[in-house]
Design a protein around this ligand. Structure first.
Ligand SMILES: [Zn+2]
Length: 457
């Protein structure tokens, strides 16, 4: 009878976990381990996983008799990557718009993130209720394949301003555009009532450094101060879209918790660094954002790289292969501005990192068709290293730091008790960040997922 009882319990647990049945314990052996804390890589280390969690890390672990053993000689294990700034349901192929905000499209993107080893995604605004809240709950419960999902419900933009409704083809219900402090507080309350993880503000005139570009109306300080105060009253932190140093400074002074883009118009100064230190403000550079405006026009040969192909929609592939599109993109004023913005963003990331500011990880992937889910995060790692971080530091941003920004102590590092969300790559990414493209396995909650990007470079 006891055995039957155990069997029933096990079946119930497996059913409770939906599509992903509980696996037997797994022992990953002889791996190099990058634990996500910034510590040096550990050679010849084992990781024991059970019940979806890491239960042991060390050189000589004893495993239960029924454990599956996986030899990872020559391979490196690191925590699953975490994006603090992405979007879902915005793009499909080469299109943007609210018609793309569907369950099927969002779940497909979350599966793509997973294949690239990005196992937690933060959709920072432009989301529709109640679908977003349903999907967050389902991903938290592991009910569908794909990355876990957090984020901001709609977010707060400026009337007739950013995020631009016509250019992004947004529906009115995807963003609040309050005109008064009262309306701003009401928007925060709506999102807080629906359980948003954070509040998002857009404070930018969207010139994007293009000479002669017409500025869009920017959110007033009265509105963003009211939103920040109300968010804090409701126990929610606020992430702000910014481009310019002056807006970054004003928002940090107003108590914003996260700068969700890098400062891209000029070098950060001591005043901003001191203010961020004092307030404990987090910073997300999103280097990939500006690069994605032109890089595919510059590198048509990347179309032959399976690491890109794996995440490339056919319509987008056709666009990248079109010489007319490439010529037009490369000569566009936005491309010159984006190159400058990227260089400044890289400079500022290094300056803030070295000053000891809390830096998270994000790309704004999924907001525009060329910010390709998963691929963008790997570009961000590459660009962070190009900016002057060591590969180990860049990986820490995308793992331990990114989890700390989200206040998720259950992931982002490899230690007993953490979720068994792991990425396995061939080679040594702590020496060559390019090895991050050599994805061999992706483990989510201790279960190996289908279809990682095997052996691509
Ligand atoms: Zn964004």
């Amino acid at each position: 009878m006891q055995i039957a009882g155990k069997f029933i319990l096990a079946t119930t647990l497996a059913l409770a976990c939906g599509g992903r049945a509980l696996a037997r314990p797994v022992l990953l052996e002889h791996a190099t381990v990058i634990d996500g804390t910034g510590a040096q890589a550990l050679a010849d280390t084992s990781i024991l996983m059970d019940g979806g969690k890491i239960v042991g890390v060390g050189p000589h672990l004893s495993a239960p008799r029924d454990a599956r053993r996986v030899d990872l000689t020559g391979r490196t294990v690191l925590p699953g990557l975490i994006s603090d700034h992405s979007h879902v349901g915005q793009v499909s192929g080469t299109t943007n718009g609210s018609q793309n905000y569907t369950r099927a499209n969002i779940l497909a993107a979350l599966r793509q993130y997973e294949r690239y080893g990005v196992l937690t995604v933060t959709a920072l605004g432009l989301n529709k209720s109640p679908l977003f809240d349903e999907l967050r709950r389902e991903q938290h419960a592991g009910r569908n394949p794909g990355a876990d999902l957090f984020g901001v419900d709609q977010g707060i933009g400026a009337p007739d301003g950013v995020p631009p409704q016509s250019r992004f083809n947004l529906a009115p219900d995807e963003v609040f555009r309050p005109t008064t402090a009262d309306e701003a507080r009401a928007a925060v309350d709506r999102m807080a009532d629906e359980g948003t993880d954070l509040i998002k503000l857009w404070v930018d005139d969207f010139r994007n450094g293009v000479p002669g570009a017409k500025p869009l109306p920017k959110m007033s300080p009265e509105v963003y101060r009211a939103a920040i105060a109300q968010a804090h009253l409701r126990g929610k932190r606020v992430a702000a879209h910014i481009h310019d140093l002056s807006d970054a400074r004003a928002l940090v002074a107003a108590g914003v918790d996260i700068l969700a883009h890098g400062v891209r118009d000029q070098a950060v100064d001591v005043a901003l660094i001191e203010d961020m230190e004092q307030h404990g403000t987090w910073y997300i550079a999103t280097l990939d954002l500006d690069e994605a405006n032109y890089i595919f026009a510059e590198h048509p040969e990347w179309l032959d790289d399976p690491f890109l192909s794996a995440g490339l929609d056919p319509a987008l592939r056709a666009q990248f292969a079109d010489p007319a599109w490439r010529a037009k993109t490369l000569s566009a004023p936005l491309t010159a501005a984006s190159r400058k913005a990227l260089a400044m963003n890289m400079h500022n990331l290094l300056a803030l990192y070295r000053a000891g500011i809390h830096v998270g990880f994000g790309t704004d992937s999924g907001a525009m068709p060329t910010r390709i889910p998963g691929f963008a995060e790997h570009r961000e790692l590459y660009l962070s290293v190009a900016a002057g971080l060591t590969p180990l530091q860049a990986i820490s941003l995308a793992t331990g730091n990114a989890a700390a920004l989200l206040q998720l102590p259950d992931r982002g590092t490899i230690a007993p008790g953490r979720r068994a969300d792991l990425l396995v790559v061939d080679g040594h990414p702590e020496r060559d960040i390019g090895d991050m493209h050599r994805i061999a396995q992706v483990w989510q909650r201790g279960v190996m997922t289908d279809g990682p990007l095997t052996g691509a470079r």
